[in-house]
Design a binder for this molecule. Sequence first.
Ligand code: AVJ
Length: 326
Amino acid sequence: MMSPSLVPGSADAAAPRAGSEFAADMLKALDTRPRSISPKYFYDSAGSQLFDAICELPEYYPTRTEIGILTQCAGEVAQLAGPRAEIVEFGAGSLLKIRLLLDAMKEPARYMPVDISGDHLAGSAAALRRDYPGLDVHPVVGDYTQRVLLPVPRAGGGRRIGFFPGSTIGNFTPREAVHFLEVAGQVLRGGALLLGADLVKDPAVLHAAYNDSAGVTAAFNLNLLARANRELGADFALDQWAHYAFYEPRQQRIEMHLVSRRAQQVTVCGQRFDFAEGEALHTENSYKFTIEGLRALAMEAGFRPGPVWCDARQLFSVHWLYAPES
Ligand code: AVJ
């Protein structure tokens, strides 16, 4: 399994790059109250490996549950997509998930993964070209939260099908999610979107998924600070920071924070910052959805909800959403 690499997050660590987007966003996060930074910065190469390890954890149900659902619904999805489909994946994500779809589809014509990381794209593209000789694998380097330019549909080609698995949509606020869906709807005009969304459930199950007993999620969260040490010449003392993740039911989201264990000073890009004991840096939101709530969000963005597939325990959902016709 590969990381979702939500947006940029270049894997190459070139030490103190005060001019990088990471540097700018980290300095801004430390200057703002409450302090918060985008979860996209989790995914350098160490972070991507930690995310892969999270997906294997017994407590982290989303990945294996979604793979189970996709295995079950792939035939129906292939029917809905029709022949010679052109698949647009938002993020060059899991090769296993896209293979489940490609294997079920009739003569899939083209696969276009959209990702900011060119390296990530090149790796998945090479593997798929080898295994699907008839498939036109066409990686697109770009930020899929913005409008991206895709090649024009092929003559005689089938429908354009978007694929956004993993509940990565849960990293967006509801407003951002609607905006993303509006942009995706334009790209997919006349086609559809296959979207994975984690469901609201027993908070104890959610809590365990983000507080695993092996401490991998804690290491994933703390890697943000380790990455700042590697790339921004920062001096975060990792043992002085606590991983703190909890479910916030009013906003239906998991929040992840890094909490200062004591009063301390940190230097980032040559600038000093004070943390009080208990002060936090908010590192991620992971929204959970009801099926009706997700469908309502999609409708707000102009999609028409189609079939939904779930596992027997209603842990996770996969939605077929018809894109606007024009
Ligand atoms: C990749 C955003 C779907 O929110 O569950 C896993 C990231 N964070 N454990 C999620 C994550 C902590 C994951 N997403």
